[in-house]
Ligand binder design. Sequence first.
Ligand code: C2E
Ligand code: CA
Ligand code: CA
Ligand code: CA
Length: 276
Amino acid sequence: AAKRRLDGPQLYDAALDSASAQTLSLLTELRRAVEQNELRLYLQPKVALQGGHGLAAEALVRWQHPQRGLVPPAEFIPFAEQTGFVRQLTLWMFDAAARLLADERTRGMGLRISVNLSTRDLLDPALSVRLGAMLVRHGVQASAFCLEITESAIMDDPQRAEAMLNRLSQQGFKLSIDDFGTGYSSLGYLKRLPVDELKIDKSFVMGMQTDENDATIVRSTIDLAHNLGLTVVAEGVENAAILERLRALACDEAQGYHIARPLPVDAFLAWHAQQT
Ligand code: C2E
Ligand code: CA
Ligand code: CA
Ligand code: CA
C-alpha cells in the first residue's frame, strides 16, 4: 500500500511504513490526546467593523503533542474527518467553549463563540441532542454560539444537512456558512437554510489588493449577504488597508492576523482587556 503522507512536517517516522499501521497509530494517538487532555482551545477574535455589539471569537483546535509540540489542525483534522473521530473532537471543542462561557472571567463580556462543524457532525442524528445536553450542563445559552459549516459539508447530503440545520436553528444556535465562495455554490440553498452569517473565504480577502476579481467577489458577497438579510464576516484580514476597505464596503465583521492570531484562552482574555 502507498505510504500515507501528512501535510507539513511528518508526525511519524519511517519505522511505521504501512498505511494501516500509521492510521491505527494516529487514531490511537488522537484517542490518547483526548484522554490525556492534550487538545487545546484557541480563540481568534472576530471584531465588529460598523460599531456596536460585544466580542466574538472563533474556536480553533490545537494539539499539544508531548513530542511534536503544538500541532496545527491541518495535520490531523482531515484524518479525524476520514475516520469519524472528528465527532469526538467537535464535542470536546464545544464543551471547552461552553465551559469558558460559564467561567466568571468571561461574565458580562457578551462573548459569542463560533465552533466549526464537519460533514460527519452534520450527518450525525445525535448532534443536536448532544450539544443541547452540554448547554444544560454548563448553564449557557445556544444563542452564545455560532456553528460554522462549509458549503461542501452541506452539499454532501443537502436533505439531511437541511434537517439538522433546521433543528440546530430551532434550538437557538446561530449558523454560518464558512469558506463562502470556495465550495460547490448553489445560491438556491442559501435562501432555504436558516443561516445567519456568511464568512468570505480568506483566499478572496487576502487577494483583494492585488486581484480585481477577488475584490469583486468580496464586494458581491457582502451585497449578496445583506440583500438576503445575513451578517457577513471577512476572514484572513492581514493588513490595515484591507480592514479599511472592508469597512468602507459595509462588511460587518473581520477576523485575521492584523487584528489578532488565534490565541490560548488566557492570552485571548488579556488581548480583550487591552482593547478597552
Ligand atoms: P477555518 O475554519 O477556515 O479557520 C480559519 C483558519 O484561517 C485558521 O487556521 C486561522 O488561524 C487562519 N487565519 C485566520 N486569520 C488569518 C490570516 O489573517 N491569514 C492567514 N493566512 N490565515 C488566517 P487554523 O487554525 O490552522 O485552522 C485550519 C482549519 O482547520 C480551519 O479552517 C478548519 O477547517 C479546521 N479546524 C480548526 N479547528 C477546528 C475544529 O475545532 N473543528 C473542526 N471540525 N475543524 C477545525
Ligand atoms: Ca471556520
Ligand atoms: Ca474559513
Ligand atoms: Ca477553511
